[in-house]
Write a protein that binds this ligand. Structure first.
Ligand SMILES: C[S@@+](CC[C@H](N)C(=O)[O-])C[C@H]1O[C@@H](n2cnc3c(N)ncnc32)[C@H](O)[C@@H]1O
Length: 386
């Protein structure tokens, strides 16, 4: 067998055995461990073929074989085509210099490419065509530079010969595979944070001495953004997972943040903790557990395994958590409700629920259309308690 036949056979084997239970990159790691004769170049090439397959989402789901879908995915996702495509489909390789729209037309797709499986459920502000097209392009890696270190970071990137794009006073876009920690060794200089997530920070207007609660903090990405804006806030962080709060402690240490409180708490139940239940906050961040559908450009396999029923389950969870956290919000205080979902049920419908059930009123915010920047899609809204 030629190298190309070996690659495509391995990719088919992975696709047929992958059941979506583990994230695809973990599954691939396990597969390559069991096939140690594959070198790093082989692993990279096979992984890419698998990702190209999943980037097609629903397109030609039924009609084409796995191999045909891998090759069509390669044609549409690879800007210059590839030697493998030349081997199997020289007719497609010949057209590889075409633009994405021309390539789509060449393979017979002239309307909105039906990649995303739940287009009817999207938030109304999402541009259907641009969103569906975005799946052919791997999103970038973004860093948020801290402590005025942007120009020092840019010099180090230049020195290391890494391609980058400065897209804001504190934001740099990098190719997805960049090992940034090997170039910038001082972790306090930057945070890895998607540009859409950084944009959420425009809804944070903290003043020194205010009480802020990051209620689903995970490892603290939003909290670090908040404290960078105003180091004088009084911050409480919480999450249902103890392990992620341990990660937060480590990340805060590296970021030089020492003044904060933390608690592990399940917010599907009303807050009963004696230290908390009588406290009231000026502002609450609720970066809610969600489908993550705004980030599926990074994990395109999700499109093949997520079920529509799960959207409603997430909505119910979000409403429960939101109704509980607003009990601890001062009148006149703000709730910043955030998801990385593109579904109206998890976004606008939860906001409508909070307006009717919890006496909050939307003040600003909405969909953050990451597909315009090779970034994640998010939803972030500031609501005021009456
Ligand atoms: C979208 S993530 C938060 C991301 C984080 N704010 C950041 O910027 O990196 C949602 C978090 O909600 C937490 N979560 C899920 N269910 C919860 C519950 N019932 N109570 C509290 N936290 C919960 C998850 O453990 C997860 O860490």
């Amino acid at each position: 067998m030629t190298r190309w036949e070996n690659y495509i056979t391995a990719a088919e084997k992975i696709i047929v055995s992958y059941d979506g239970k583990l994230p695809l990159h973990h599954f691939l790691k396990g597969f390559f461990k069991q096939h140690p004769y594959m070198g790093s170049r082989d692993r990279r090439q096979v992984s890419q073929l698998v990702y190209h397959y999943y980037r097609l989402g629903q397109l030609w789901q039924q009609e084409k074989s796995v191999q045909e879908r891998i090759l069509l995915g390669t044609f549409l996702c690879e800007k210059q085509g590839s030697d493998l495509l030349q081997f199997f489909r020289p007719d497609l390789q010949e057209q590889s210099a075409l633009s994405l729209d021309e390539k789509l037309a060449f393979v017979g797709v002239t309307d909105v490419p039906a990649i995303f499986p739940f287009t009817a459920a999207l938030s109304p502000a999402i541009d259907r065509k641009a969103f569906n097209r975005s799946f052919f392009i791997q999103p970038d890696l973004f860093i948020r530079t801290r402590h005025n270190k942007q120009s020092a970071i840019v010099s180090l990137l230049d020195k290391a010969g890494i391609a980058y794009e400065v897209i804001g006073a504190d934001t740099i876009a990098l190719p997805n595979s960049t090992k940034i920690d090997t170039v910038i060794t001082d972790k306090s200089w930057y945070e890895i944070q998607d540009v859409s997530s950084q944009q959420v920070g425009t809804l944070f207007t903290p003043a020194a001495g205010e009480q802020w609660w990051d209620s689903c903090a995970a490892s603290g990405g939003k909290s670090i953004l908040l404290v960078d804006k105003q180091p004088g806030v009084k911050l409480l962080v919480s999450d249902v997972r103890n392990t992620i709060i341990q990660n937060l402690h480590q990340r805060f240490k590296e970021a030089g943040i020492r003044q904060y409180e933390s608690i592990v708490m399940d917010l599907t139940a009303p807050v009963m903790s004696s230290t908390l239940k009588d406290r009231r906050f000026d502002h609450i961040i609720l970066d809610a557990p969600c489908s993550g559908s705004g980030t599926w450009g990074r994990t395109p396999e999700s499109m093949s395994f997520f079920t529509e029923k799960q959207i409603t389950e997430y909505q119910q969870l979000q409403q429960k958590i939101a109704a509980n956290v607003v009990q601890l919000l001062k009148p006149g205080g703000s709730l910043i409700y955030i998801t990385c979902s593109v579904f109206a049920k998890e976004n606008e419908e939860v906001v409508a629920f909070l307006e009717t059930e919890s006496g909050l009123q939307q003040q600003e915010g909405g969909v953050i259309a990451g597909y315009e920047k090779r970034a994640d899609c998010m939803f972030a809204v500031k609501l005021i308690k009456q």
